[in-house]
Write a protein that binds this ligand. Structure first.
Ligand code: COA
Length: 171
């Protein structure tokens, strides 16, 4: 995967040196509570294992570090579904929330998905995570219904709203 440059950001492959910042940010409850699969507390070594997993030949998802001034500030990913469907997930360092960084990163990932043959992207947002719903809507996603997600950090299932973007309708 090539790196992607946006106005303020670089989306690039994860590097070993990213592990401490991934641990720091996913280890923050404000981030962890909105993610499906992040354990809380975030265990030692989990970031290193995740980075290593992204390099394995059978790892099919597309995962980018979001870097600003060469430092990791978040992660964005497309999980591969069936028939050209991609499931989008992301998080950003809390001290940078509200600066429009995730919409900027997501627009670049949408463009990448369009160019690499995805027909549709979707995302599930836990109820109460209005910030993420706003990001999706800013990028052209539409609300398509309700679902339930497993939340590892909360140790339960949570109600969630589903959003989708057909790539021929993207902004
Ligand atoms: C969701 C998330 C990626 C948004 O990224 P972002 O770059 O801050 O996105 P935006 O700058 O567009 O801000 C989105 C909304 O967050 C809210 N917001 C802004 N600053 C904030 C702050 N300091 N604290 C809390 N919320 C804030 C605003 O309502 C903003 O909407 P607005 O631009 O219409 O005012 C980020 O909040 C995050 O990482 N959350 C935790 C992980 C997560 O929810 N991942 C997605 C799972 S589906």
């Amino acid at each position: 995967m090539e790196s992607i440059k946006t106005e303020r950001l670089t989306l690039r492959l994860l590097q070993d040196a990213d592990a401490p910042l991934i641990s720091l940010y996913i280890g923050d409850w404000r981030v962890a509570k909105h993610l499906d699969r992040a354990p809380y507390p975030y265990p030692d070594g989990a970031a290193e294992s995740f980075i290593e997993a992204t390099r394995k030949p059978d790892f099919k998802d597309h995962v980018w570090a979001i870097a600003k001034d060469e430092q990791l500030i978040g992660v964005i990913a497309i999980g591969l579904g069936e028939k050209g469907l991609g499931n989008v997930g992301y998080w950003l360092a809390p001290q940078l929330w509200g600066g429009g960084f995730m919409p900027e990163a997501l627009r670049a990932v949408i463009e990448y998905a369009r160019q690499t043959g995805f027909s549709k992207l979707d995302a599930s947002v836990h109820h109460g995570n209005d910030n993420s719903a706003k990001v999706l809507k800013k990028c052209g996603f539409l609300y398509v219904g309700e679902t339930e997600c497993v939340s590892v950090s909360r140790g339960t299932t949570v109600a969630a709203s589903m959003y989708a973007l057909k790539l021929d309708q993207a902004t």
